[in-house]
Design a protein around this ligand. Structure first.
Ligand code: SF4
Ligand code: SF4
Ligand code: SF4
Length: 262
């Protein structure tokens, strides 16, 4: 059965233990300055936002039919039956189409690294495949972040809305957005307050991708040539990096736009 995360902002106390556990799980540094950062980044896969003492988590939604995976020419991103959307850095050729396609502005790029990767939450895929909860859910002291079967979490979320209607906006974010996601959200204030788009279709976004691609017959061969070039450049960069290892400390690739603050 497909798994999911249910985050209930009304139970969150902004302790940020989920951020710290995520960083440890993914071998990312975590410190007071990182804790103070209020955006997802290549070194911070989840963030707890605070707006007038109302809290909200941001992380990869691990979409049921992910737009990021649908545009990836080399299948580096994949949706698993268990829920996580995984990323294989060994396949990635650095085209960053996924960053453009994601409706939640999630994937980030390691612009400053010689062999950059796309970075995002993968719903702790190794833990989930081993039958364990995600690190963020496992550490959460209040149950604000809960891990379980998606169907059961939806039933629980619906019960919370039914039993305490004044505590919540009447919406389970992620239940239907872009066809449904493996992260479900409850809140007492509008999700758009925290940058979640209210205008998303209920259809999986890859449907639109396929429709667009089917109308552009020359896209695939032309895109293949362009992407082949990108792949060569990316791997050439890795070869050069290996050959010039002693000079590594002095090389810096300028940061580029990664589309928005969250
Ligand atoms: S939120 Fe974005 S990066 Fe995450 S699975 Fe969905 S489309 Fe992909
Ligand atoms: S599911 Fe894992 S990778 Fe995703 S935010 Fe939670 S701890 Fe981080
Ligand atoms: S660990 Fe739980 S209570 Fe603490 S900030 Fe994260 S979701 Fe909120």
């Amino acid at each position: 059965m497909s798994k999911a995360i249910l985050y209930d902002a009304t139970l969150c106390i902004n302790c940020k233990q989920c951020e710290a556990a995520c960083a440890e799980k993914n071998h990312l540094g975590y410190s007071d300055p990182v804790a103070a950062e209020d955006r997802q980044s290549e070194h911070k896969f989840t963030v707890v936002l605070n707006k007038n003492e109302k809290y909200m988590r941001r992380l990869c939604m691990n979409c049921g039919d992910p737009a990021c995976a649908s545009v990836c020419p080399v299948a580096a991103l994949k949706k698993t039956a268990e829920g996580p959307v995984t990323y294989d850095a060994g396949r990635c050729m650095g085209c960053r189409y996924c960053m453009v396609a994601c409706p939640f502005n999630v994937p980030k790029y390691e612009w400053s690294k010689l062999a950059p990767r796309v970075r995002k939450c993968d719903m702790c895929s190794d833990r989930v495949l081993a039958g364990e909860p995600t690190a963020c859910a496992g550490i959460c002291p209040t149950g604000a972040t809960k891990f379980g079967d998606r169907d059961e979490l939806i039933t629980e979320a619906q019960k919370r809305l039914h039993d305490n209607p004044t505590n919540y906006v009447n919406h389970i974010y992620g239940l239907n957005e872009v066809g449904g996601t493996s992260v479900l959200l409850l809140s007492s204030v509008g999700f758009d307050e925290f940058g979640y788009r209210p205008d998303l279709t209920r259809d999986p976004l890859p449907l639109f991708t396929y429709r667009v691609l089917s109308r552009i017959p020359d896209f695939i061969p032309l895109g293949g040539m362009v992407l082949g070039g990108v792949w060569w450049i990316t791997h050439r960069r890795e070869e050069v990096a290996a050959a010039e290892e002693p000079a590594k400390q002095n090389v810096f690739y300028p940061r580029s736009d990664d589309r928005g603050p969250k």
